[in-house]
Design a protein around this ligand. Sequence first.
Ligand SMILES: Cc1cc2nc3c(=O)[nH]c(=O)nc-3n(C[C@H](O)[C@H](O)[C@H](O)COP(=O)(O)O)c2cc1C
Length: 409
Amino acid sequence: MSSLTHKHIVLGISGGIAAYKAAELTRLLVKAGAEVRVVMTQGAQEFITALTLQALSGNSVHTELFDLEAEAAMGHIELARWADLILVAPASANTIARIAQGRADDLLSTLCLATEAPIMLAPSMNRVMWNNPATQQNCHTLKDLDIRLIGPASGAQACGETGEGRMEEPEVLLNAVASHFQTGALAGLKVVVTAGPTREAIDPVRYISNRSSGKMGYALARSAREAGAEVTLISGPVHLQPPEGIACVRVETAEEMLDASLKAVDGCQVFIATAAVADYRVAQPADQKHKKTQEDWSLELRRNPDILAQVAQRPDAPFTVGFAAETQQLEDYARDKLVRKRLNMIAANKVGQGLAFDQDDNALEVFWPEGHQSLPMQSKDRLARSLIALIAKRLHSSDNIIDIQHAKN
Ligand SMILES: Cc1cc2nc3c(=O)[nH]c(=O)nc-3n(C[C@H](O)[C@H](O)[C@H](O)COP(=O)(O)O)c2cc1C
């Protein structure tokens, strides 16, 4: 499974002799599915050309902090927000010192200061530079700042000496980045996710549906998989490819989604209902195409089954997470739905023009019986990772722990 699909990686390259290995690293990251944006220090450009990295990453390379064109397209703050992870490889002694000091006097150091994404550094330098107490002190500071160091490795060095200070090989760095996203928080558990809209036929060519794109549900399925779960995705009609390593059941109507859900939740521990299921279906869909003969045309609609409530009210109900799309009074409606349907958690989002449906970004207010957490506006992929982490945390809390142990046994 290419675990970096949809991941935004900023690869910082500083001025060390191992900069040439950053080309191979870029290639491996791209091959693993990541979107890579390369940032080079002035020093790095003495060792390898931006052109090489541009060709390998498929994106223009960022080199300047004060750059009118870059700021008009993807400026430094935007790039800092875009990143799911910043990897600096090679990290020179100088760049390590600047990041440890919180300096912001070039693009790479500014990004490291301006991001909320995790940062990993792959130190690379001569063994004496590495063992110098100043460098060691800087590395201690970095660890205190929750910045992770990968390596350095020991061995023959470009300067002809042997010792500690070699940059870890690109494959090792790739694995470190990939394992960052594989949290294992849902390891050994079965998770079912519903996604997308349903379609309710009016006649053989027309249907009632809604604007759900399925992006949130697909991102949640992917994140649950990365967290180690065995995932079944029950999807209404959308234009998305099912994520790798996930069993995907395609359905069209609410009734089909109900059947598929009831089958899939048997023995599952988490059910996440992201699908925007049509509340009503046409009472009697026509066998033939309806002709445009009358001035007015009324359709009789019938209530669709409530999939979420049916799952949540089973005696062996999994940890059930609902979604509420509201245009107003978000908390009131969400909390009401949480209690009425006996859910373990509900993620509420505001919908309306330009919000939630078919957008790449979203924000969620998440409620559970004893608490609440806001997940601010961010990409649906990142939002999905935060929500999966929150679900795992609630699931492993003392109230729910017995059920999980039962599931794992
Ligand atoms: C040929 C050569 C090789 C170098 N290799 C390294 C290296 O491997 N690691 C390192 O920390 N510095 C190395 N340096 C020194 C850095 O390039 C220098 O400290 C530079 O200011 C780093 O800038 P930067 O961190 O902004 O990229 C090397 C310098 C030269 C001339």
